[in-house]
Write a protein that binds this ligand. Sequence first.
Ligand SMILES: [Fe+2]
Ligand SMILES: [Fe+2]
Length: 330
Amino acid sequence: MYTQLMQTEKAKPVTTVEEAELKRRFDARIDDGGFVEAKDWMPEHYRKTLVRQISQHAHSEIVGMLPEGNWITRAPTLKRKAILLAKVQDEGGHGLYLYAAAETLGTSRDQMIDALHSGKAKYSSIFNYPTLSWADVGVIGWLVDGAAIMNQVPLCRCSYAPYARAMVRICREESFHQRQGYDALLTMMRDGTDAQRAMVQDAVNRWWWPSLMMFGPPDAESVHSAQSMRWGIKRISNDDLRQKFVDATAPQAQLLGVTLPDPLLQWNEARGHHDFGPIDWDEFWRVVGGEGPCNRERLAARVQAWDDGAWVREAALAHARKQRTSKEAA
Ligand SMILES: [Fe+2]
Ligand SMILES: [Fe+2]
């Protein structure tokens, strides 16, 4: 998931008696664990928070197609190529469900795309890292899609129903993404050459820490998380999700036969969790701020794809106009 960055607006005070009553009913519904539909009244701050979160999530899905898309023409076998094609297409589909969910909140697709292309909107910083070898594709499936699942499963119970419904389908597909990545790595580790095993270890070394950053800043610094938890948009805190991810991943690394690049990583019997080393948050903020290894390249690729696709959009609109005219004439 890619919802590490969000919400900056302050809640506005309720002004009229009628609005106060609407807000009371909204809060009661949230407290009951109920869902909010697009047609229901909602506080402006809730709407804006969701638009930001869902559109950032949508942008992350389509920018996330780029690092792996680089390897479609270089996949080692026909089977791996077919799997990767399906996965990258799934990510495009996730973007579409999420743009559609954000549109139900009164924002247009064009506004969201503009915000992405102008650099105003963010997407997950994980996609600003390069994919240097085929092993990176496997590691992205295992760790990046794995972290995404950890983040996204609680969103299936998000209080905004159109987002929650989109997430149910997305999570099913993400689980296939993670398994295909792990399977590709297992093949390289078990049946591969020493050089291939070294390639996997190198990819793990580069992706491990950025994957842990996908859960967002530590709870103590995540100032807007409390409001999102109160609204049932966020169900589990950044640090708790990160811990769950480390606990789930450490045994998988062992089974795979790779070493996670953290000398402080070890099982803590008393806590019932793995301890792990400090995260370089300076690097995280640098990449979020546009200074990651591939930020410019990713944005340029998106803008180029949009410009190159102009004729398709124009043709689709012309076709729709023609159909409308011929229907009216009939
Ligand atoms: Fe996805
Ligand atoms: Fe995925």
